[in-house]
Design a protein. Sequence first.
Length: 240
Amino acid sequence: MARKHLIIANINKKQQAQAKIWQKLAREIKAAAKIGGVNVDANPRLKMAIDKAVQNGLSSESIERNLHGNKKDDAELINIEYECYGPNGIQIIVKALADNTNRVASNLRGFLSKLHGEIAKPNSVKIFFDNLGYILVEKTNNLTIDDIMEYTINNNIVDINEFDNVFEIKTTPADFYSARDNLKNNKCIILDSEIKLIAQNKITKLDHDAKERFNKFISSCEEDDDIQWVVTNYEESDEN
C-alpha cells in the first residue's frame, strides 16, 4: 500500500510540474500577443512562444485562448530580467513576467541568499552569453555530421557538435527557422529547438554543497509563478 501511495505521489508531482510549465508558457503567449500583436509572422517573440508551447504539449485551445484573450486581462504584466552571480563563478540570468516587480525582486533575493549569490549590475553577466538558435537532432543510424552540414549549407551555422546520440546545431537567430525547416524536410528528427541565451564558457563541476544549493535555487525559481525561465553557465557533467 505504501508503494502505491508513493507512485501516486510521484504522478501528482509530475502533473503539478507540467501544469506549472503550461501556466508559464500561456503567460508568455499572452504577454507577447499583448505587446507585439497577434500576427505570428510579424511578432518573433509570439512565434517562439507558440512554438515552445507546442513542443511542450500545451493544447491548441489554450494557445488560442491566451492568444486572443489577452485584452480581457486587466493585469499589466511587466517584463523583468535580472543578471546574477552565484558561488564558484556561476553566472545566472532570470527572466520574469509579473504585475509586481517588488514581489519578484524580494523572492529572487531570497532564493539567491540561500545560493550564496547576488543580483549583479545590468550587462555585467549577459555579455558572457550569446543569443543563438539551438537545434537538437537525433542521431539515427545513417545520419552523419556531413549530412547535417549539407542540409544546412545555405544557413548561417555558428557551430555543430556531435555526441553519442544527438547532433547539436547552433545558428544565428535569423537563420534558426530556416535551418530547422531544412532539417525537418530532410527527415531529421528534431528533439529540441529554440532561440535562447547560451553561455560562452561553461562550468561543469561544483562541490556537493554548492551543487545542492544550486539545485534548490533552480527548483525555487521553477516553482515561482512570476519567473519564466533561468539560464546559467553551469552544466552538469557526467563525472560531476
